[in-house]
Write a protein that binds this ligand. Structure first.
Ligand SMILES: O=C(O)c1ccc(O)c(O)c1
Ligand SMILES: [Mg+2]
Length: 631
């Protein structure tokens, strides 16, 4: 599959864009006129620079407001395009995108438009150029690909073809099915972008809120399946106009973009096996059966404190690594690893972030296939020197520079605890509190990183994304999106921050970008667990009494039930469909990390978002004053 991207999709000057685009593996670009004008180089020099990066210029864009004009405006429009032909000749590209007019003086009329494009086709052919006509979803007369196709069909000139743009079709909820009837050789170019399904002016959304395929809610696969039936074999090009991208890393945006195209092509290949989609084979998405372990890197002293906290949570130190200063704490099926090595990745993570989660191990169906798919989708593989007896567990880089290991039970990887650890007698007998498994991992990041990581997880694993919700924090808004498998075996929440004034934002800044701010453990009886926690000396996060008055009235709870919740500092939510959710928190640890204990009843599938402001306020009250350094 030929990949391309409009230079407007990437931040930076033209050279930076080209470096990022070529580095991500694209085949070609669309030169956006603004980028061309802003660059201090001749069209010839720009053309050479593009080709020096190993890229092709697939098209130049845009020309707006061409068709249907009365004289003398019509003659001026033709002259404007002749001048673009001049610079296209120098640039070394032959396709010009003309987007449907919004000009107030355009006279409209499909035959008038066809005549204009017929004449333009003659002029283009005389210069060895081609014209692609694109329907903009807010076009004054042509706002639907079917209208644009009718103009092209009636213009009936080999140098005039159609340009399809998924945004203008799908954001307007136009059925892409009609594309199947268009001959593939009359489609000169295909632009792809996704967008959130929110009610918004299409022109504004188009110029500010487009996202990479797979990062939004539009049915891109339906669109691509329709295009694939036509036999179109030109480039698939990203045209992403997005305010966040304008300020973010060119390299990451280009890598995300390439990942999104490869991911979409893989979906197409599986949906249309008969189509010849040139794309390297990759294994299908992998099922995740759960979080097998979470590893903290810490100093010796902080490992002691963390160990005490785990002990009050009911964990027992059950094993030590055969060669490294790494200990394994366990309760139920939960494995918490504490790494106090003085060298290697974990140590560098400690030096950078302090005591924090540096590594997450996912139990997947097939670890080898999972890492192969991740690599094919642009993930950075991670490996570290192996000591005697250690297993070579496949891994990639994850959020905030952390590591994501993949384990499975169908290979020796499932024996990692036997192979690499030796049991130790618990120094202090643990008293389990009924925690059974890791319910979810909460990762925090800058807001603009959320799209990247949502695409990362949903393109590699059988994980779906829930709608993004805004969670109020006394210091601002935290943008939160849950990613989870259909059966809830794996749940990851992505939490994006815009400022360091929120509790999550302060965690990101104080821990220098660490990713996991809290781990949520599941219990099947939170009241019994709360009693055992208290008996272990666990200090739960105190929740203000006013909270309980509010939920008593909001949910019509009995006073006894509310008293039991209040006595144990348990927060409560209902989903309105018979499901209920119970949450109990630890006090903040270090830079603002905390543990959560939850119980889900009656199929509750959320994360207690209505309670987040109260738990955050309580955590903030117990945290170190803002700006006080950890060390
Ligand atoms: O917003 C515009 O004018 C515009 C221009 C060119 C395009 O390809 C497009 O989709 C929109
Ligand atoms: Mg477009």
């Amino acid at each position: 599959m030929k990949t391309s991207i409009a230079t407007v999709s990437i931040a930076g000057d033209l050279r930076d864009k080209l470096t990022a685009i070529a580095g991500a593996g694209f085949d070609g670009i669309e030169i956006f006129e603004q980028d061309f004008i802003a660059y201090s180089g001749s069209p010839t020099e720009i053309g050479e620079m593009v080709r020096d990066h190993g890229l092709k210029i697939d098209l130049f864009q845009p020309v707006r407001d061409f068709e249907g004009l009365p004289e003398p405006l019509r003659a001026k429009a033709f002259d404007r395009i002749e001048r673009r032909f001049d610079l296209m000749e120098e640039l070394g590209t032959d396709l010009l995108l003309v987007s449907s007019t919004t000009h107030s003086e355009s006279l409209g009329g499909v035959d008038r438009f066809a005549a204009d494009f017929g004449e333009l086709g003659e002029r283009a052919a005389a210069r060895g150029m081609r014209i692609g006509y694109e329907a903009r979803s807010w076009g004054r007369f042509v706002s639907d690909y079917r209208d644009a196709w009718e103009v092209v069909r009636r213009a009936d000139h080999p140098a005039v073809g159609l340009i399809l743009d998924s945004f203008h079709t799908l954001a307007k909820k136009v059925d892409p099915g009609g594309i199947r009837a268009i001959p593939g050789d009359r489609i000169f170019h295909v632009q792809l972008s996704d967008a959130p399904m929110i009610a918004m002016d299409l022109e504004y959304m188009s110029r500010h809120f487009r996202v990479m395929p797979g990062e939004g809610d539009l049915p891109l696969l339906d669109f691509l399946r329709a295009v694939s039936v036509t036999g179109y074999d030109g480039p698939f090009s990203l045209e992403i106009l997005n305010d966040q991208l304008r300020g973010s890393s060119a390299r990451i945006a280009a890598l995300d973009g390439h990942r999104s195209l490869i991911y979409l092509a893989d979906q197409l290949k599986r949906a249309e096996p008969a189509r010849q989609i040139t794309l390297p084979d990759m294994p299908p998405k992998g099922r995740v059966n759960g979080v097998e372990f979470v590893e903290f890197s810490a100093s010796d002293a902080e490992a002691e404190t963390l160990g005490q906290m785990l002990h009050t949570l009911g964990f027992e130190r059950v094993a030590r690594h055969i060669a490294k200063s790494v200990s394994l704490w366990r309760q139920g099926s939960i494995n918490i690893v504490i790494n106090t090595e003085q060298e290697g990745f974990a140590h560098s993570s400690y030096v950078m972030h302090g005591t924090s989660v540096c590594d997450i191990g996912l139990m997947v169906e097939d670890a080898g296939a999972t890492v192969e798919r991740a690599r094919a989708l642009g993930a950075n593989l991670f490996a570290q020197p192996l000591g005697a007896g250690e297993l070579d567990i496949p891994a990639v880089r994850g959020v905030g520079g952390s590591v994501l290991h993949f384990l499975d039970t169908s290979s020796e990887l499932g024996r990692v605890w036997e192979a690499e650890f030796k049991p130790v007698d618990a120094d202090v007998a643990a008293s389990p509190t009924g925690l059974t498994r890791i319910d979810h991992v909460a990762q925090v990041m800058k807001h603009e990183e959320m799209l990247t990581w949502a695409l990362f997880y949903t393109s590699i694993f059988e994980i779906e994304k829930a709608p993004e919700v805004d969670v109020a924090d006394p210091g601002g808004i935290v943008h939160s999106r849950a990613l989870q498998s259909a059966d809830g075996a794996i749940r990851i929440t992505l939490n994006g921050v815009d400022t360091h004034r929120t509790f999550a934002g302060r965690f990101v800044s104080d821990s220098f970008g660490s990713s996991v701010q809290h781990l949520a453990f599941a219990t099947s009886d939170i009241f019994a667990t709360a009693e055992k926690l208290a008996a272990n000396g666990f200090e739960s996060l105190p929740i203000p009494t006013n909270y309980y008055g509010e939920i008593e009235s909001r949910f019509g709870l009995t006073s006894d039930f509310v008293a039991a919740l209040r006595a144990a500092n348990i927060l409560y939510d209902e989903d309105g469909a018979g499901g209920s959710y119970f949450q109990l928190y630890s006090r903040p640890y270090g830079d603002g990390f905390f543990f959560e204990i939850i119980e889900r009843r009656g199929g509750y599938d959320g994360y207690g978002a209505p309670n987040a402001p109260y738990r955050t306020a309580a955590l903030k009250r117990l945290s170190r004053p803002a700006g006080m350094p950890r060390r």
